[in-house]
Design a protein around this ligand. Structure first.
Ligand code: NAP
Length: 239
């Protein structure tokens, strides 16, 4: 039985991704930070799953999480780096603390998990890493400079690591979601959401399920010759 570790799986895209992997027969490691009750509820609804609290921006907490996951399930076949935060602010209002937090949670987290998961994958010469970037990491978003910069860096990280780990049989890819209806979009007013809907060629906003299915595809054998790619699940926003 294969095992997936999904960061930020208590809500939104991560939660839906956990359900999809479970339906495919995976053991699921549900990482969460603040929403313990949601994570435990998800754990109770998914057989062969474990909820582990870790702030992904904290290396020691990530190390402990990976150790616990490996103790329980033996090997992490698929790592999904999904945990993230967003913030809408004019560039001139972004504080150094805002900047540091954005980079820690959205980018350093990816380094942290890979640091502890990759050596075992290299040893076994197998594994898949899927990083959740954003369309804003490709195009840049006004009033989200720090978010866009972090998500663009995740793409660079993905491409570089894919080249380095390909010879070890490990695939590294990214997904770049468009506007997906989760708590993360609660900062957008109805006017903004409506404008985003209108700008989207497929004329709708995305669902967590749309992204979860893309992630599961990248983890599947059907994607065995794909690495270093950024798959846009965005209804055609970025073409
Ligand atoms: P969400 O509904 O706000 O959920 C965020 C998840 O990340 C939660 O499970 C949260 O856990 C977790 N998280 C946040 N900080 C964390 C930390 N320090 N350590 C561990 N977990 C942490 O967001 P979402 O929309 O599902 O977003 C998931 C990913 O998709 C993010 O990387 C986001 O940037 C990306 N994305 C989203 C959209 C969109 O429109 N929604 C578009 C493009 C990309 P707790 O609640 O337990 O703290």
């Amino acid at each position: 039985m294969k095992t997936v570790l999904i960061t930020g799986a208590s809500r939104g895209i991560g939660c839906e991704t956990a359900r999809c992997f479970h339906d495919l027969g995976y053991n699921v490691v549900i990482n969460y930070n603040k929403n313990k009750s949601a994570a435990l509820q998800l754990q109770s609804s998914l057989t062969n799953s474990i909820a582990i609290r870790a702030d992904v921006s904290d290396e020691n907490q990530v190390r402990a999480m990976v150790e616990e996951a490996v103790d329980r399930f033996g090997f992490i076949d698929v790592l999904v780096n999904n945990a993230g935060i967003a913030q809408q602010k004019m560039f001139t209002d972004i504080t150094t603390d805002d900047w540091d937090k954005m980079m820690s949670v959205n980018l350093k987290s990816v380094y942290n998990t890979c640091k502890y998961v990759v050596p075992k994958m290299v040893h076994e010469k197998r594994g898949k890493i899927i990083n959740v970037s954003s369309m804003w990491g490709i195009t840049g978003a006004s009033c989200e400079v720090h978010y866009s910069a972090a998500k663009a860096a995740v793409i660079g990280f993905t491409k570089a690591l894919a080249k380095e780990l390909g010879p070890s049989g490990i695939q590294v890819n990214a997904v770049a979601p468009g506007t997906i209806m989760t708590d993360m979009c609660s900062g957008y007013d109805e006017e903004t959401l409506s404008a985003l809907r209108e700008e989207t060629p497929l004329c709708r906003l995305g669902t967590p399920y749309d992204v979860a299915k893309t992630i599961c595809f990248l983890a599947s054998d059907d994607a065995s010759f794909i690495t270093g790619q950024v798959i846009s699940t965005d209804g055609g926003m970025v073409i």
